[in-house]
Design a protein around this ligand. Structure first.
Ligand code: CA
Length: 235
């Protein structure tokens, strides 16, 4: 089934972002606009998955390259195309360091930008198809493409964050995932310091997995560090 491609357009200059988002909308993309770095991070951490990011470097609050770094730290895997007025601002090394995939210098021709977007999306799709579609550990299996989770073959109903948390823990099964890493990957830019919400979600997740809080069989608390999804059941 064909799914709409969601673009996040991060550009503070409305003389660029307005016509650009209209043109991309006509191409069939669903476009979300952000006029500053903070809004971009919040949009990327929302429930709508971002398939592509167009990112201006000169933003009023956070430097575009720093936004890119934080998006990657937050777990964003979608291609990032940088817009810049000065090519020397983003030599290939800097852009790659920050996790960007390509850049276009202003002023750009719409056709050129669209061609770059298509090329990067094609490349991303090839990578995505190679990623594992199912994770299965210790009686828990996850259908990654469908965002569905099963315990002993029975589907369980999870919120978006519970699902993301379970996916990360199962993917790293057998290893401790630190609280910081979980916060970054699951909550991304929504994280402003408190990890109490993490403990709440782990507790809800344990309940849905049928884990006892006192003797969890699947998600083990590693005090002062984080959580580990156990590879095997231990009684
Ligand atoms: Ca700008």
């Amino acid at each position: 089934m064909e799914r709409v491609t969601h673009l996040l357009l991060v550009e503070d200059d409305s003389a660029i972002s307005e016509p650009l988002s209209r043109a991309l909308g006509r191409e069939g993309y669903a476009v979300t606009r952000a006029a500053c770095g903070r809004d971009a991070l919040i949009a990327a951490a929302g429930d709508v998955p971002v398939d592509f990011v167009i990112l201006d470097l000169g933003l009023p609050d956070i430097d575009g390259l720093e936004v890119c770094r934080r998006l990657r730290k937050g777990g964003l895997e979608a291609p990032v195309l940088i817009l810049t007025a000065r090519a020397d601002e983003v030599d290939a090394v800097v852009g790659l360091d920050a996790g960007a995939d390509d850049y276009v210098t202003k002023p750009f021709r719409l056709g050129e930008l669209q061609a770059r977007i298509r090329a990067l999306l094609r490349r991303a799709q090839v990578v995505e198809e190679a990623a594992p579609e199912e994770l299965s550990v210790n009686g828990v299996s996850i259908d990654v493409a469908a965002r569905r989770a099963f315990v002993d073959g029975e589907e369980i109903s999870l919120s978006a964050k519970e699902y993301d948390l379970l996916r990360v823990l199962v993917r790293e099964a057998g290893s401790v995932v630190t609280r910081d890493d979980l916060m970054r990957e699951v909550w991304g830019a929504e994280w402003w310091g408190s990890t109490k919400t993490l403990d709440m979600h782990v507790s809800w997740l344990r309940r849905k997995l049928g884990d006892e809080a006192t003797s969890p069989r699947r998600i083990t608390t590693v005090r002062g560090v984080g959580f580990r999804f156990e590879n095997e059941q231990t009684d």
